[in-house]
Design a protein around this ligand. Sequence first.
Ligand code: HEM
Length: 146
Amino acid sequence: ADKCSQLQAMKVKTQWGEIYADDSENRAPVCVAIFRALFKKDPATKPLFSRVGSDDTNSPIFKAHCLRLLGGLDMTISLLDTPTVLEQTLIHLNEQHLARPGVKRIYFDAMGNVLDEILTLVYPPYDRNAWAPCWSTIVDGISKGL
Ligand code: HEM
């Protein structure tokens, strides 16, 4: 896959800024919708999150988990133009995921597909050609060795 270019990184940062900042009231519901779609696409992912309430995706504990993940994504996207710091952030996130038994690389690809579908629906300016390589940079880092 192509590398996330500076221009694409800028585009993704700008678009993510609009999506994430949009209306903080929508953040948890959209996040939960991403996970519901992921659990549907690949049911093996659901039990991985049982500790944080995946049996009831409307529960505050699951929403809190969801927002931690989204916060992590926000951090990595914000750093797309600062490769040295991005690298360390991805190493840290990679360690956190290596520590969770059962997490596999294919689930990151499934999540990427879900995000692509949802953003296509809810955010018309969504530029898949910019997002695809930059999403790959992020998930390649987080899922290294998984
Ligand atoms: C936890 C980020 C994708 C599985 C977390 C946490 C963050 C995060 C920030 C919280 C870490 C902590 O406080 O310990 C991300 C990002 C992703 C991503 C940015 C995508 C770009 C995935 C995927 C899976 C996964 C695809 C597997 C389906 C987990 C698990 C936990 C976790 C099992 C621990 C939940 C718990 O607290 O019990 N993730 N994650 N993550 N993530 Fe991810």
